[in-house]
Design a protein around this ligand. Structure first.
Ligand SMILES: Nc1ncnc2c1ncn2[C@@H]1O[C@H](COP(=O)(O)OP(=O)(O)OP(=O)(O)O)[C@@H](O)[C@H]1O
Ligand SMILES: [Mg+2]
Length: 166
């Protein structure tokens, strides 16, 4: 399947949250968002945006410190996974995180590149990059028809090319 992608620049935290909302409004149970990028890249702020659109209080969304998965109830359930603290493959495998892909809610994974093996192919990958102190680049990509449909809807709502969201 051909990859579909789009990239945006957000010039503030608020715009990263706003972009999260634009994605959040497209999501339904079973959708998987894989966030990849630097420490402080904006993964958690972006997740807060997704949460707002799911009618979840964004103040509850923090990087899970001791837990690996936080579960929230909103318009859809949100499973917020953070793999940062995981040391190795065996540790991840032991946690049976695949259970969250059964379609009962929306899954957002921070540090998704630490997932051992391949994530489900319907995932939407979001690569977050620090451009400067207040600017982040967010690249959305996916191959599966579901991921393609979401990225297409995002382009319709936000625009089709790399542009600064001020
Ligand atoms: N345009 C921007 N979008 C998002 N965050 C920004 C932006 N500009 C600056 N920041 C700052 O970058 C940091 C992003 O923090 P956040 O916790 O969302 O990152 P993260 O990718 O989840 O980090 P970690 O890998 O530690 O979980 C915050 O301190 C925020 O104030
Ligand atoms: Mg985080």
């Amino acid at each position: 399947m051909k990859e579909v992608s789009v990239k945006y620049l957000t010039a503030s935290v608020e715009k990263t949250v706003w972009l999260g909302r634009q994605l959040g409004m497209q999501l339904i149970d079973g959708d998987i968002i894989a966030l990849i990028g630097d420490l402080g890249g904006g993964k958690t702020w972006f997740t807060k945006g997704v949460a707002i659109d799911l009618e979840i209080d964004p103040n509850y969304i923090v990087s899970p410190t001791f837990t690996l998965v936080n579960e929230y109830k909103g318009r859809h359930q949100l499973f917020h996974i953070d793999l940062y603290r995981l040391k190795n493959r065996t540790e991840i495998m032991a946690l049976d995180l695949e259970e969250y892909f059964s379609g009962e809610g929306i899954v957002v994974i921070e540090w998704a590149d630490r997932w051992p093996g391949d994530l489900p192919e319907e995932r939407i990958q979001v690569d977050l990059r620090i451009v400067d102190e207040s600017t982040r680049e967010l690249g959305f990509s996916g191959r599966h028809p579901r991921a393609q449909a979401i990225i297409k809807a995002l382009k319709q709502g936000v625009g089709t090319s790399l542009k600064e969201i001020k």
